[in-house]
Design a protein around this ligand. Structure first.
Ligand code: SF4
Length: 338
């Protein structure tokens, strides 16, 4: 298969241009075609010589993958299905007044095995490369209207840091899409060594899947707690500044009778003390063969109120796209075997 140009930086494109007999400045022109004009074929790069385009096409392709299916929810949320080698991944576009947020997948399946997550149940099938991640931005109908992106789809983005970092650079660089990093949030369960790199090398917002402040209880549903304990994750985050433009939030899925008692709220307050942050309470979406059920609205409100009283901003997040299985924890790729 021909190598894909999508996902390459201008310096890499310059090397490719030179190897194909094009002048060095063609690398910069190719970056413009790929990221600003978003062409789908090398043929469309009309300011490159015809001969140069032919030489490029012998070994390279643009590499944009088109979705093979789209489903639309009652609330306007749209779920796109993308083929990835022998597997499928999903991206979700969530409209909210003027905003169009893309929930992006970074891996086919996931290694992390969180027990409440449909993606985790599939096991791991591969990392998406930058071209496959960027295709989710470029090949959907709302490509030109996207205002925000959250790396919260299938997979653990920090477990594919090399490719995700490349995409973040392309999204935020002047030669790329020139988005402000404030438009992007990366969500992780806390892959400690890579989290440090993300905090150092990016200015994008951070969301951490927390779900329970007690290590033993968290371990019940999140095996990752063993390798990278939550206390170490929070300790690391506290070394960085979140009092300015950059934000950190904690995702807290509420399971009836498991993690919303006053004891949990107080432990969470102690854990996050001193950190400028927000807690997002998420309604659990029941999945087959899993013992816990969604918490009632009133249980979530009581928990939120105790956190707010303790000085932490907490919000109950509206669920989107539940009727098309696009809500949190439900992405599985309808053609994949779970
Ligand atoms: Fe992976 Fe996230 Fe699902 Fe956990 S919740 S298994 S990290 S996709």
């Amino acid at each position: 298969m021909k190598e894909r140009l999508l996902g390459k930086t201008p310096s890499e494109l310059t090397e490719i241009a030179k190897a194909c007999g094009l002048p060095a400045f063609a690398g910069k022109q190719m970056a413009q075609w790929l990221y600003q004009k978003r062409v789908r074929s090398i043929e469309e790069m009309t300011n490159l010589s015809k001969q140069g385009r032919e030489a490029l096409s012998q070994h390279y392709q643009v590499g944009l993958t088109a979705p093979v299916d789209v489903q639309e929810s009652r609330d306007g949320t749209r779920k796109y299905l993308f083929p990835f080698e022998s597997f499928f991944v999903e991206a979700v576009m969530i409209p909210d007044q003027e905003r169009r947020t893309l929930c992006v997948s970074s891996q086919a399946g996931c290694k992390m095995g969180c027990r409440f997550c449909m993606t985790g149940r599939q096991g791991f099938h591969g990392n998406l490369d930058a071209a496959a991640i960027l295709s989710q931005f470029f090949a959907i109908e709302e490509a030109g209207q996207l205002s925000n992106a959250v790396f919260m789809g299938m997979g653990e983005p920090l477990d594919n840091w090399e490719q995700v970092k490349r995409v973040l650079e392309i999204l935020t660089a002047d030669w790329g899409l020139a988005w402000s990093p404030k438009r992007i949030t990366l969500s992780t369960i806390g892959v400690l060594p890579k989290l440090k790199l993300f905090l150092e090398e990016s200015k994008c917002h951070l969301a951490v899947s927390l779900h329970n402040p007690f290590p033993g209880e968290r371990l019940e549903l999140m095996p990752v707690q063993k390798a990278w304990p939550l206390e170490e994750i929070i300790g690391l985050i506290k070394q960085y500044d979140f009092t300015g433009q950059r934000r950190v939030s904690f995702e807290y899925t509420v399971f009836s009778g498991w993690n919303h008692s006053p004891r949990h709220a107080d432990a969470l307050l102690r854990l996050l003390r001193g950190l400028e942050c927000r807690v997002n309470l998420i309604r659990f979406h029941a999945i087959p063969d899993f013992p816990y059920k969604p918490a009632a609205a009133q249980q979530m409100e009581l928990f939120r109120d105790r956190l707010e009283k303790g000085g932490i901003t907490a919000t109950i997040r509206a669920s989107r796209g539940e009727d098309i299985f696009a809500a949190c924890g439900l992405l599985a790729g309808k053609h994949n075997i779970v």
